[in-house]
Design a protein. Structure first.
Length: 129
């Protein structure tokens, strides 16, 4: 037990929890790191958003990603994740803005991906016909 470098210990534990798929714990630790310990660099905000997304707290993730991109406008991961979350809530204009700012030079996200359920789309199409 120590009070020295509490932010470093909390950050390490939050990231380890994320990797261990203890998403709710990671979400809580990142919120503590950001809200109470005032660690607000772009990467910490982004990782907090990753934990928030994994723990199904998407509104919190969107807020953290907005803050992350404000801290570092060139951080493609934040913009890409924000674009995907905007698509999820059908904010298509917001998604276009974010995704158009992601460099098209072969960017591949290390944290976010998505699968399109083509069967679900086909079923919706058949219902509309």
């Amino acid at each position: 037990s120590t009070s020295d470098s509490l932010h470093e210990l909390t950050s390490t534990l939050a990231f380890a929890s994320l990797l261990d798929r203890a998403y709710e714990e990671s979400y809580t630790l990142y919120n503590q790191l950001i809200d109470e310990l005032k660690v607000r660099d772009a990467n910490t905000l982004f990782l907090g958003a990753v934990a928030s997304t994994a723990a199904d707290h998407h509104e919190n993730a969107i807020a953290l990603l907005e803050l992350s991109k404000m801290k570092d406008k060139s951080f493609a991961e934040s913009r890409y994740a924000l674009g995907l979350l905007y698509l999820e809530i059908q904010n298509n204009d917001g998604a276009v803005i974010q995704l158009s700012n992601v460099a098209s030079n072969g960017f591949v996200s290390e944290y976010f991906n998505f699968d399109i359920d083509t069967n679900k789309l086909l079923q919706k199409r058949l219902l509309l016909d």
